[in-house]
Design a protein around this ligand. Structure first.
Ligand SMILES: NC(=O)c1ccc[n+]([C@@H]2O[C@H](COP(=O)([O-])OP(=O)(O)OC[C@H]3O[C@@H](n4cnc5c(N)ncnc54)[C@H](OP(=O)(O)O)[C@@H]3O)[C@@H](O)[C@H]2O)c1
Length: 295
């Protein structure tokens, strides 16, 4: 659907039209004419990337703008040194967002040119307030580091997610930042029965048995907050190149896997165009059963 058709479908009020014009201007585009009754005459040179996919339902343009369609965003990426975090930083810079890559002091982190890096204690409210201040949204790729997957292995810092989640919620609340997209895992919470029995058994007998309850607590704390949260639950992560074929799956059959690069792309799409607010979509490239259509 063309931008003009989307704008028309949104039936904007005069305020909406003015907000849309502002959003396009921020993104370096212009509207030649916006008549709020017809809301037409959008120049062809408006970047198609500003609007990915159709606006759903009769929304105002103000709503489109709130949903991130204004283009460039200020994004904070927590856990920027991790597998998914590195992809998030690289892709966010590639999409021309203004990026702050955050990791603890001891992390190895080479953020690409164009990203600001910030190091500190990710369980400190004061540090996180500094990190999120003035930003549009937070992406979290934080997780628990495991020394190994054997049953006797335990996370290096078992309550890190509890402490960092509590601190992040306090920091975002205090700074008035509302939008967060975070990573959990397929099989956590109410997706437990949606993954294959063999994988459930693996969770139960491997070191994951101490990670999954921590992810579950993180999810509950985030979802109970007043924030605008989406927590994706990827299946098995790989370092394969991005496929662009990530889907939201109701259940997994066989081997569920998804490249970290696809997880990052999915999260960046979601932060720009929220479709799963207050939800915990399971995302995968392989093994999807009953997948709803792609976003
Ligand atoms: N592995 C899988 O197949 C799989 C499948 C589904 C979901 N997941 C989930 O997806 C998440 C992201 O995966 P990934 O491969 O990107 O994870 P990862 O490479 O282990 O990255 C975890 C991030 O969390 C940070 N972190 C961990 N403990 C910390 C602490 N005490 N203080 C500060 N930062 C800390 C790490 O920082 P440092 O670099 O400094 O350690 C790193 O940036 C995982 O954590 C897991 O919960 C994993």
């Amino acid at each position: 659907m063309s931008l003009a058709s989307q704008v028309r479908a949104a039936r904007p009020t005069p305020d909406d039209a003015s907000a849309l014009r502002g959003g396009l201007r921020d993104a370096g585009a212009t509207l030649d004419v916006v008549d709020h009754a017809t809301c037409l005459t959008v120049p062809a040179r408006v970047d198609a990337a500003l609007v990915r996919g159709p606006a759903r339902g009769p929304r105002g343009c103000g709503d489109l703008r709130r949903r991130g369609i204004s283009g460039r965003m200020k994004l904070v990426i927590l856990g920027a040194s991790g597998g998914c975090g590195r992809h998030l930083v690289e892709q966010a810079v590639g999409r021309r967002h203004e990026v702050t890559a955050v990791a603890r002091a001891s992390s190895s982190l080479d953020a690409p040119t164009g990203a600001r890096t910030l190091r500190g204690d990710l369980t400190s409210v004061a540090f996180l307030r500094d990190a999120v201040r003035g930003q549009d949204a937070v992406l979290s790729a934080l997780g628990l580091r495991l020394p190994g997957i054997a049953p006797w292995q335990r996370p290096v810092d078992p309550d890190f997610l509890d402490r960092s989640t509590a601190a992040l919620l306090e920091a975002m609340g205090a700074e008035g930042i509302r939008r967060l997209v975070a990573i959990s895992a397929g099989g956590v919470g109410d997706s437990h029965d949606a993954v294959p029995a063999a994988f459930r058994a693996f969770i139960a007998v491997s070191a994951l048995r101490s990670v999954y309850p921590a992810l579950d607590r993180m999810e509950r704390a985030l979802l109970a907050s007043a924030l605008d949260v989406c927590i994706c639950r990827p299946t098995g992560l790989t370092d394969e190149p991005a496929t662009g074929r990530a889907v939201v799956a109701r259940a997994i059959v066989g081997r569920g896997a998804i490249p970290r690069a696809d997880v990052a792309a999915w999260m960046l799409d979601e932060v720009a165009r929220p479709a799963f607010a207050a939800k915990t979509p399971m995302i995968t490239v392989t093994g999807a059963a009953g997948a709803p259509p792609r976003r």
